[in-house]
Design a protein around this ligand. Structure first.
Ligand code: PMP
Length: 441
């Protein structure tokens, strides 16, 4: 079956190549394949499954809608299900935004909400340009792709002048934050060769697909000040970081920054497709019908999403993600101390990345912006995509599903559900450590 399906599907398929399994059942952290094998799923639908697979509260919420006889498709009409979702969503938002929030239902994917956000700020400001960051990932439709660093068809690339050049996240920490902010300011304030005043700035509070790079809080605050001073709307793409994953309900809360616009998807639909843009009411400049679309009112997704948001809030799962994530990072740092091929370990909450480096040879690409350095601080080493792929394979052999990411696919990523237990966390780390040992041997 697997071979038949692979032959029929597009060559663009992604996960199916590295994970040749046929899931037939799933619950919580566990997926069962058609061959009866069980896997611990730390991919979680690319960070979508905040409560893991088939959580009872999610299933119950979906069943309730199905059994109620409510229409499943009503375009963007108001329904009790939508009302409940919006109420719960607004309850979770940073208060300064919640007090004046508007929500635009988009759909069905994160990339659709990114498009809507870009269009919104362009409409609101009457300007065109968008500031986005190297290594960013915002989706696969045209506008989102352009905002994504190097992921696709970037039609205009603005290269910073050499003396200013530093990868915004690359140097890391306060220094990276300072360099990135200075570069942004100089670009905006250079009226001769800088950029025209843009319509907006879009950023991820933790770059996920880009290799798990948490943006320093100080940097986010600086970007907020820079954009505020110039009346540039700030868009926080929380498609992956939202709903407790990083240790706060929304990742921007770590820094106290209140964006003008938030793009939300993945976990807000409780496993089903749902995407929204939330923004301050003064940006609500749409004319009726200015942003339409057939699938913007998925009743089942909104019901599943309401149940998920409420469960995360009531059970303080964001705090749990912070605690567990810190514990996982501690143990992974021991792994980095033991195995030189583990070049860096980083993350926030349950969004964790392990960068594989090639300690001996320089045969792998050694990108300028590679930041992986050994725990001893001996400086950048070439990143090692082949080793990362080998770790992913060895994990799979041990019944553990992990994702790869990073600009050079050299980062093993963990995105477990926030409901993962202590014992399961240990099992994940044991299997991962075994896999790294096998690759390092
Ligand atoms: N933004 C971010 C930060 C993402 O991580 C993703 C998906 N990985 C997207 C946007 C696009 O979402 P989707 O795949 O649902 O279109």
């Amino acid at each position: 079956m697997l071979r038949r399906q692979s032959a029929r599907e597009s060559a663009a398929r992604t996960y199916a190549r590295a994970l040749p399994i046929v899931p037939v059942r799933a619950r919580g952290l566990t997926i069962e394949g058609a061959d009866g094998r069980r896997y611990l799923d730390c991919l979680s639908g690319a960070g979508t499954l905040a409560l893991g697979h088939n959580h009872p509260v999610v299933l119950e919420a979906i069943r309730k809608v199905l059994d109620s006889g409510a229409p499943l498709h009503v375009l963007d009409l108001a329904t009790p299900v939508k009302d409940a979702f919006t109420t719960e969503l607004f309850r979770t938002l940073p208060p300064a935004l919640a007090d004046r929030a508007r929500v635009q239902f988009c759909g069905p994917a994160g990339t659709d909400a990114v498009e809507a956000a870009l269009k919104l700020v362009r409409t609101a400001t009457g300007r065109r340009g968008i500031l986005a960051f190297t290594g960013a990932y915002h989706g696969m439709t045209a506008g989102a792709l352009e905002a994504s660093g190097g992921a696709g068809d970037v039609r205009v690339t603005r290269l910073p002048f050499p003396q200013d050049y530093r990868c915004p996240f690359g140097v890391g920490g306060e220094r990276g934050a300072e360099l990135s902010a200075r570069w942004t300011e100089s670009l905006l304030d250079d009226t001769k060769s800088g950029v025209p005043l843009p319509a907006g700035m879009i950023l991820e509070p933790v770059q996920g697909e880009g290799g798990v790079h948490p943006a320093p809080d100080v940097w986010l605050r600086r970007m907020r000040r820079i954009t505020e001073a110039r009346a540039i709307p700030l868009i926080a793409d929380e498609v992956q970081t939202g709903v407790g994953r990083t240790g706060r309900f929304w990742a921007v809360e770590h820094s106290g920054v209140v964006p003008d616009v938030m793009v939300l998807s993945k976990a807000i639909g409780g496993s089903l497709p749902l995407a929204v843009v939330v923004y301050r009411d003064d940006l609500d400049v749409w004319k009726p019908g200015a942003h339409a679309g057939t699938f913007r009112g998925n009743q089942l997704a909104m019901a599943a999403g309401t149940a998920t948001l409420a469960y995360v809030r009531e059970n303080r799962l964001a705090e749990r993600a912070a605690t567990l994530g810190a514990r996982m990072l501690d143990r992974l740092r021991c792994l980095a101390a033991e195995f030189p091929c583990v070049g860096d370990v980083r993350g926030r909450g349950l969004m964790i990345g392990i960068e594989l480096v090639n300690p001996e040879s320089a045969s792998d690409p050694a990108p300028q912006d590679s930041t992986a350095s050994l725990p001893g601080g001996t400086g950048p080493r070439p990143v090692a995509p082949a080793l990362a792929a080998a770790v992913q394979r060895e994990c799979l052999r041990r019944g553990l599903i992990v994702e790869l990411g990073g600009r050079h696919a050299s980062v093993v990523r963990l995105l477990p559900p926030l409901t993962i237990t202590d014992e399961q966390t240990d099992a994940v780390l044991d299997r991962l450590a075994d896999a790294v040992a096998a690759v390092a041997a």
